[in-house]
Design a protein around this ligand. Sequence first.
Ligand SMILES: NC(=O)c1ccc[n+]([C@@H]2O[C@H](COP(=O)([O-])OP(=O)(O)OC[C@H]3O[C@@H](n4cnc5c(N)ncnc54)[C@H](OP(=O)(O)O)[C@@H]3O)[C@@H](O)[C@H]2O)c1
Length: 242
Amino acid sequence: MKYALVTGGSRGLGRAICCRLSQMGIPVLINYQSNQAAAEEVRDEILSHGGSATLIRFDVSDQKAVSEALEAWEKEHPDDYIAYLVNNAGIRRDNVMFMMPEEDWHSVINVTLNGFFYVTRQLLPKMMMRRHGGRIVNMASLSGLKGMAGQTNYSAAKAALIGATKALSQEAAARNVTVNAVAPGFIETDMTKDLPQDELKQLVPMKRFGKPEEVAALVGFLCSDEASYITGEVISINGGLY
Ligand SMILES: NC(=O)c1ccc[n+]([C@@H]2O[C@H](COP(=O)([O-])OP(=O)(O)OC[C@H]3O[C@@H](n4cnc5c(N)ncnc54)[C@H](OP(=O)(O)O)[C@@H]3O)[C@@H](O)[C@H]2O)c1
């Protein structure tokens, strides 16, 4: 059976993506780092709709934790593989660069970029070996495309993720594995709840923040059979804000 793994699947965009993939009939592994209650809520919601969902806890920036958790899952599921990977886990530690603590630079790069590397490298061999291939969707950001003041760490990590998406798409294409990135603008989640929303909405041509379900619909499409010839793309979803 083909499974989906959504990193940071317990809240915000990840939660909506887990629900969307489950609606598409895909069994989902919900990764999270610390918020067990939120992760259980997503699992219960999926189960209550007749879907299949399992929690898988690890810190994506901890290489050892990533390989231990995924190897354990693979051992328990010798006939299955993770065919859909959504690298969604991310954090924000905003500050102007001259005041940015070194730790905040590294933690954002570690979760977004190194996390992508650790999880994807672990799952790629199985995905590339199977006849049905796979789908990788990386959660980038408008910040990674245009650069955002106060977010040099986050912008750098997301821009690097976009570069990695384009490079990996070329390595994996012949094995029917597509690799794409999604670049949201402002979306209503915990990550944006402390921002001055009324001010920021005025910058968006659509005058509103996006909903997690709107991003999840795009990720669902990229994971579907219909998207089989799309790879190496970065698709913006931002209400017209560039
Ligand atoms: N919201 C936006 O406007 C926006 C815009 C552009 C891009 N994005 C990107 O979209 C992604 C999701 O953002 P969001 O707004 O949904 O964020 P969120 O509401 O803050 O949720 C973050 C999720 O990531 C998980 N996570 C954080 N660090 C992790 C780690 N080291 N290992 C495993 N899981 C970890 C969290 O798990 P716990 O519950 O255990 O903490 C949570 O499930 C991020 O990559 C973000 O950069 C968001």
